[in-house]
Design a protein around this ligand. Sequence first.
Ligand SMILES: [Zn+2]
Length: 237
Amino acid sequence: MTSYFNFLAMKLYTLYTLFLLFLLGCSQPNKPEAPLDTLGHQQSPINIPSDYQCKYAKKHLVDFHYRPSHEKIINTGHTIKIEYEPGSDVIYDSTQFNLKQFHFHTPAEHHIQGIIYPMEMHLVHQSAEGNYLVIGLMFKEGRENPTLAKILRDTPRYQGRINSDHLVNAANLLPKSRHFYTYQGSFTTPPYTEGVRWLILQEIIEASATQIHLFKQLEGENIRANQQLFDRIVERF
Ligand SMILES: [Zn+2]
């Protein structure tokens, strides 16, 4: 008899739990998308503060080992992206990060002491452990850039991709000086994942007004608004 009552009690308890779960389910309407301010305090892009506000860092070292890659150019409709073949990397503070792709933003996403350059390039790298390092390069109007000329010549004018026999070498897009700003940030496109090490090269490189205009025509304005620095430190090297 006792076991029968125990059984009944268990049954009632289960029903009660299910009822509670049901109530809980009813009281939770569809969750709205998380507002941007709940994303965390390490978001990108940012305005790189004045030199005197940056901490001078002696310990960071970056070594570029970029080789030519066959052109795999994708026009996504909102950016021009060049996928890179394996075999190119940077060594940052003795960790190897493999170059995966580079792409363009018009205008620049990062501001440099309040200055907005007309175009920014992002070289996206990933380590064997899955960590990301992105190198940002600013373009200003000036002489025609021969490497961009090659890329633009082969870029699809509408959404789509081209796999070409032509070679492209990201090394040819780098400035002579390797001084950079560095800070801890995020991707600038959804889901804005944090944990990205950003390096923004200090030397500004040149592209012709026509070249920059063409990127802008193809991509539109593809930038995320500047994010708060919060308690992060920008180091310069
Ligand atoms: Zn980007």
